[in-house]
Design a protein. Structure first.
Length: 175
């Protein structure tokens, strides 16, 4: 039986391909909303691209920036392919070689006790003044809570002993 590809993965791949080949942003197909009604609801979304098992781009929003999840997937897929400052833009010939992951985030919850965290289940948002860091859950190489917190602090330039607000979230992951 062939693998079934989630509509969000197809939408992300199509958005990247059309943007790279025609320099235009697609609209979600109306059938998406019929098949997957949640696509019409707002949500924060991250789109991560891998090629050969290596990260090739990842862009997301920590709050919904568009009226629908589908719109968020399109914008962040294009962003992951073209605007992640860590990588050169994806080339059109690479699109078929990309593994695409779409994470739809739940709203953030404040964390008052570290016992409320689990790096396999929860992503975190760490905030200290204007500096922010988001780490998705279940990231390769981040197995413990200490690794998750240390990685988030380094990413945002927050010192280990500096006060910061901590929030958690869950994701629905499509890949």
């Amino acid at each position: 039986m062939p693998d079934v590809v989630h509509p969000f993965i197809e939408l992300a791949a199509t958005a990247i391909e059309i943007y790279l080949s025609e320099d235009r942003v697609i609209e979600p197909p109306p059938s998406l909303y019929e098949l997957f009604p949640d696509a019409g609801l707002p949500a924060a979304v991250f789109v991560c691209l891998k090629r050969g098992g290596q990260l090739r781009g990842c862009v997301g929003t920590t709050e919904p920036a568009r009226p629908t999840r589908a719109g968020e997937v399109i914008a962040n897929a294009i962003g992951a392919a073209t605007r992640d400052p860590r990588f050169p833009s994806v080339m059109l010939g690479e699109v078929s070689q990309l593994a695409i992951c779409v994470d739809v985030l739940t709203p953030y919850e404040p964390v008052t006790d570290r016992a409320e965290l689990d790096p396999k289940r929860y992503g975190i948002l760490l905030v200290a003044g204007e500096r922010r860091s988001v780490l998705l859950p279940d990231i390769e190489g981040v197995c413990t809570l200490e690794e998750q917190l240390t990685t988030a602090r380094k990413k945002a330039g927050i010192d280990p002993d500096e006060a910061a607000n901590l929030f958690r979230f869950e994701v629905t992951r499509y890949q």
